[in-house]
Design a protein around this ligand. Structure first.
Ligand code: NZQ
Ligand code: ZN
Length: 385
C-alpha cells in the first residue's frame, strides 16, 4: 500500500425526515445564499422545505445553475454573494449545483482573475479562504456531497478543481429527495458511481486489501441495487444503498493509498464538452472500450474484478477478463445507456475533434502510469464507435 493522508471533515446527515436538523448545522447569525439548478427543487417542493427549516436567518436565493455548471453563471452568484454579504452557501441539487457552489465559495474570496482558479487541475487552488458551504443532495452520482472536488465549464471546456477549503460542512442524504429523478438520471448516477470506483480500483495491485474489498463491496451494491432503483420507484431501501454507494465511491476512502487512473473521466469530460452528452453516459461509453484496450497493464486487477465482483470462476484468465468487461457493458445497457458513439451521432471526424481538444488541454499522458497517449485515446474512441 502507498503512503497516504486521509482527511474528510464532512458531516453526513443520512436518512429520511431529518431536515429539521438543518437549523442546528448553520451558524445562527449567518446570512445564507441557497443555490439551486434549473428548477427541479422548486417544482417538487424540496426548496420550500429547505427554506422553512432555516429559521429566522436572512435567506437569499440563486437559481439557474445548469448541468455542467457554467463559469459565467457562477460569477453572477459570486457578485450576489459580495453584494449581499453572504456568509454561508447552501447547495440544493445534484453534482452540478454542489460543484458550482464550491466554485462560488472559492471565487467569492479571490480578488483577481477568477477563471485562473480553474487552471490548477488536481493541485489545490491557491486561495487561503472560502465561504463555508453545506449541501442538500438530490441526485446520487458524483460524490460531490462528501469531497473537495468540482468541475466547471469555461469556454466550452470542463475544468476540474480542488481545495481542502471546499469540503461541505455537512450534507443531507435523504432518499426522499430523489424519488422525482427521471430514470435516465438514476442510470447516469449508477454509471458515474460505478466508474468512480473502477478508476481507483482497476489499476495495478498495491496490496491495499481494505480499499480493494471496500471497492468490490460498493461495485456489488451498485450492480444489485442500481437496477432496483432504476426499475422500482418505491424501493427506499435499495435507494438508500445506492445513495451511500455513490457517496462512498468518491469520498476519498477507497482511493487512499492506491494508484488512480482517471482516463475514462478525462476522455468523458471531452465528450461532454464537445457533444453535450451527460457525464455518466460518457463514462459508460468509454470504460468498456478502455478496459479492452488496456487489458495487459490492468490484467491482474481485471482478473480480480472478474472473480470477486462478477463471480466468474470458470474458464481461462482471458475468458474471465473478457466476460467481466462484457458484463460491465451489459450492465450499463440494462440501464438503457447506449455504449456506442454512433448512437450520439459521433463519427471519425468527431473522434478527431475530441483527440485535438484533449491535446489542447494537455491531456496527453493519462492513466495510472501516465502511459496512455492520444494514439491510445483514438483507438479507444474508434473501438467505441
Ligand atoms: O437543474 P435541475 O432542474 O435541478 O435538474 C437536474 C438536472 O437537469 C436534475 N435533477 C437533480 N436532482 C433532481 C433532478 N430532477 C428531478 N429530481 C431530482 N431530485 O438532474 C439533472 C442533472 O443534474 P446534475 O447535477 O448535472 O447531475 P450530476 O449529479 O450527475 O452532476 C454532474 C456534474 O458533476 C460533475 C460532472 O462533471 C458534471 O458537471 N462531477 C463532479 C464530481 C465531483 N465533484 O467530485 C465528480 C464527477 O466525476 C463529475 O465529473
Ligand atoms: Zn464522474
Amino acid at each position: 500500500m502507498q503512503n497516504f493522508d486521509y482527511y474528510n471533515p464532512t458531516h453526513i446527515v443520512f436518512g429520511q425526515e431529518r431536515l429539521n436538523e438543518l437549523n442546528n448545522l448553520i451558524p445562527q447569525n449567518a446570512k445564507v445564499l441557497v443555490l439551486y439548478g434549473g428548477g427541479s427543487v422548486k417544482r417538487y417542493g424540496t426548496l420550500e422545505k429547505v427554506i422553512s427549516n432555516l429559521g429566522d436567518r436572512e435567506v437569499v436565493e440563486f437559481g439557474g445553475i445548469e448541468p455542467n455548471p457554467q463559469f459565467d453563471t457562477l460569477m453572477k452568484a459570486v457578485e450576489l454573494v459580495r453584494a449581499e454579504n453572504i456568509d454561508f452557501l447552501l447547495a440544493v441539487g445534484g453534482g452540478s449545483v454542489m460543484d458550482g457552489t464550491k466554485f462560488v465559495a472559492l471565487a467569492a474570496k479571490a480578488d483577481s482573475d477568477h477563471s485562473s482558479l480553474l487552471y490548477h487541475g488536481f493541485n489545490p487552488v491557491p486561495v487561503s479562504s472560502a465561504i463555508p458551504l453545506g449541501c442538500i443532495a438530490t441526485l446520487p452520482a458524483t460524490g460531490s456531497e462528501m469531497n473537495n472536488f468540482g468541475v466547471v465549464t469555461f469556454n466550452e471546456q470542463k475544468y476540474p478543481f480542488t481545495s481542502p477549503l471546499i469540503f461541505p460542512k455537512f450534507s443531507f442524504l435523504d432518499p426522499d429527495f430523489t424519488f422525482t429523478l427521471p430514470k435516465e438520471q438514476i442510470a447516469n448516477g449508477v454509471a458515474d458511481a460505478f466508474v468512480h470506483v473502477i478508476e481507483q480500483y482497476l489499476t495495478y495491485p498495491a496490496n491495499a486489501k481494505v480499499q480493494d474489498r471496500f471497492s468490490e463491496g460498493v461495485l456489488k451494491t451498485l450492480i444489485e441495487d442500481g437496477p432496483v432503483t432504476f426499475n422500482d420507484n418505491n424501493n427506499v431501501e435499495a435507494r438508500k444503498n445506492f445513495m451511500w454507494s455513490a457517496t462512498s465511491a468518491l469520498n476519498g476512502i477507497i482511493g487512499a493509498g492506491v494508484p488512480h487512473d482517471w482516463s475514462s473521466h478525462m476522455i468523458g469530460h471531452e465528450l461532454t464538452a464537445t457533444f453535450d452528452i451527460a457525464h455518466g453516459r460518457t463514462l459508460a461509453i468509454i470504460l468498456p472500450s478502455l478496459l479492452r484496450e488496456r487489458k495487459e497493464p490492468k490484467r491482474t486487477k481485471l482478473l480480480q474484478f472478474a472473480e470477486r465482483v462478477w463471480d466468474i470462476n470458470e474458464g481461462s484468465d482471458d475468458e474471465k477478463i473478457d466476460r467481466a468487461i462484457d458484463n460491465t457493458e451489459s450492465f450499463f445497457n440494462s440501464l438503457d445507456i447506449v455504449t456506442k458513439l454512433s448512437h450520439y451521432g459521433i463519427d471519425e471526424t468527431g473522434i478527431e475533434t475530441v483527440v485535438a481538444n484533449m491535446e489542447k488541454m494537455g491531456l496527453t499522458h493519462l492513466s495510472e502510469t501516465g502511459d496512455l497517449t492520444l494514439d491510445i485515446v483514438r483507438k479507444i474512441l474508434l473501438a467505441a464507435k
